[in-house]
Write a protein that binds this ligand. Sequence first.
Ligand code: ZN
Length: 106
Amino acid sequence: MKRVYTAESLVQVVHVRNLLQSEGIRTELRNERLGGAVGEIPFLEAWPELWVAELEFDRAQELIELELHSHGLEEPEWTCTGCGERVEGQFGECWKCGHVRPDATG
Ligand SMILES: [Zn+2]
């Protein structure tokens, strides 16, 4: 087995797991328990991890790359309510008209 993906958010890891499973890749979720006592484990190592068989590692990684780049898993694209332009998730306001992201949180 090889670790193919890890993220702070279990939701994200589960999302990727579902993606791989829909492509017929068998996965194993590790460090699923979050929020409990982490103890002496450094925080990073307590992130949920997604593992796949070594044979399927390359393909899994490719699928994850595609998913992360095409849909912007972490920062989804949004549509400007000012001008209707599609704006990449990392921007908090429209690059075209300066309209602030409508559902901006935090
Ligand atoms: Zn705009």
